[in-house]
Design a protein around this ligand. Structure first.
Ligand SMILES: [Zn+2]
Length: 144
């Protein structure tokens, strides 16, 4: 009788461990699915275009970036603005952001990292805009 109870206890324990195991696997699948869905949901563009006062300053192939770097944009007379405005753009693997600026609203910096999409990163006061490949009218609007 004692042995039987012991066996039952052991079986319950094994069953519990087995359930726990599958629960962990299930959680793992849910988490991975969520990450995958999130990634697919984000519109990825391979190229970003950095414009200053309508002039294309730099084309960045986001997909090819392996090391983060900064693009410093300082308004100068060549570009036609002499407000002393500056913007610092940070490029990282697959994403880009405005990391610093001297504009009063800082809206551009607050936009954070972007990896694509139709919404450009815009600094209206300094007339800096970062558009993305496939962003459609954004590029045309700046070029035109
Ligand atoms: Zn700004």
């Amino acid at each position: 009788m004692a042995d039987l109870e012991f066996d039952a206890e052991r079986r319950r324990g094994a069953a519990f461990k087995s359930n726990k195991f599958w629960l962990i696997i299930l959680c793992g699948i849910v988490v991975i699915s969520a990450i995958a869905a999130h990634q697919i949901g984000q519109v990825q563009s391979s190229h970003a275009f950095v414009y200053q006062d309508g002039v294309l300053i730099e084309t960045v192939n986001l997909a090819a970036i392996t090391k983060t770097y900064l693009i410093v944009l300082i308004e100068d007379e060549d570009v036609g603005i002499i407000n002393g405005g500056y913007n610092v753009v940070q490029v990282d693997s697959g994403q880009i952001r405005m990391v610093g600026a001297n504009c009063p609203d800082m809206t551009c910096v607050l936009q954070g990292w972007k990896s694509g999409g139709i919404t450009p990163i815009v600094c209206l006061p300094n007339r800096v805009i970062i558009t993305f490949e496939g962003g459609g009218s954004g590029v045309d609007a700046v070029v035109g």
